[in-house]
Design a protein around this ligand. Structure first.
Ligand code: 13P
Length: 335
């Protein structure tokens, strides 16, 4: 393993005041986002949309790395430039989603396991040769009265660690994403308990499989009450619970933590990240930033809605969301 290369990539991704843009929606997820807006569910419209993102003027001022989906790395702009090259010109490190989505975890109704380990070592080698320096793998944990089970937590933690180990062998920084979903009516306290258990299991598995903490990034959920919970908490309470959880579970050797947004409203995700920096900047040993998809993209996607005439306006909205999240990363965002 070339730890110096991994550390160098991780520190580029965690560059001060920048964050990550997740634009790695799989085809079914892209369809889910396009359909309500009446955007055709075709490869050409996905290309147009991703062209809008990668060519957005000024995006590289705020975004250190972009997570791509396999289809996107072969695509080009209207004038024939590979999206990969356009990102690099903006100073943005390209990365790649390598999991192949979730399937039901047999014997455990309502729970899932993420697939994609078969042939992964070869795929990672090829991606590294194409200049993709980091990867992402998402495991999904849901909170209900009966879930998550210990078995699902352990199986997902083992799989994340296996992926992370293969990434590091290939010179690729793994983004380790165990997402505890916001769906449901559970309390903030329950999310705190479940996320704490999940992160302990994940770091234990990473340790057992010799993953170098210095050469990885964690992509977690914030500690939030369920979307349908009667008691929705303040940004400050969310910041307190989230940072407390990470201080107890995430080794100080990990260079960075980059949040998923998980369906929070864009402004709320930004406000909550801001609250963590206002309160805890001097006690956190890791960089704390964002790796949002919806909380950066949604206003731009709504504006574009598949219409070429709206590209410039949509690009402004996209860059503006990235800029506001940068302010939050410094604790300087005002809603
Ligand atoms: P959201 O920010 O929309 O949750 O997406 C982040 C992501 O990459 C999920 O895997």
């Amino acid at each position: 393993m070339n730890l110096a290369e991994l550390k160098n990539t991780a520190s580029r991704l965690m560059a001060p005041d920048k964050g990550l843009l997740a634009m790695d929606e799989s085809i079914p997820t892209a369809n889910k986002r396009f359909e309500p807006l009446g955007i055709p569910l075709t490869e050409e419209y996905r290309r147009k949309y991703r062209q809008l993102i990668v060519t957005a003027p000024g995006l590289g001022e705020y975004i250190s790395g972009a997570i791509l989906f396999d289809e996107t790395i072969h695509q080009k702009t209207d004038d024939g430039r590979l999206f990969l090259d356009v990102l690099k010109e903006q100073g943005i490190v390209p990365g790649i989603k390598v999991d192949e989505g979730t399937v039901g975890f047999d014997g455990f109704p309502g729970e899932t396991i993420t697939e994609g380990l078969d042939g992964l070592a070869d795929r990672l080698k090829a991606y590294h040769e194409q200049g993709l320096l980091f990867a992402k793998w998402r495991a999904v944990i849901s909170i209900t009265e009966k879930t998550p089970s210990t078995a699902a937590i352990k199986a997902n933690a083992f799989t994340l660690a296996r992926y992370a180990s293969l990434c590091q062998q290939a010179g690729i920084v793994p983004i380790v994403e165990p997402e505890v979903l916001m769906d449901g009516d559970h309390s903030l306290q329950r999310c705190l308990e479940v996320t704490t258990e999940v992160l302990h299991a994940v770091f234990n598995a990473l340790y057992e499989q010799n993953v170098a903490f210095e050469g990885m990034i964690l992509k977690p959920n914030m500690i939030l009450p369920g979307l349908k919970a009667a008691n929705q908490t303040s940004a400050k309470e969310i910041a307190d619970a989230t940072v407390q959880c990470f201080l107890r579970t995430v080794p100080a050797a990990v260079p960075g933590i980059a949040f998923l947004s998980g369906g929070q409203e864009a402004e709320l995700a930004t406000e909550r990240l801001n609250a963590m920096h206002v309160q805890y900047d001097n006690v956190m040993p890791w960089a704390l930033t964002f790796s949002f998809s919806r909380a950066i993209q949604q206003p731009a996607l709504d504006k574009w809605a598949g219409n070429d005439a709206n590209v410039a306006e949509a690009q402004k909205l996209l860059v503006n969301r990235a800029r506001l999240n940068n302010l939050a990363r410094r604790g300087e965002y005002t809603p």
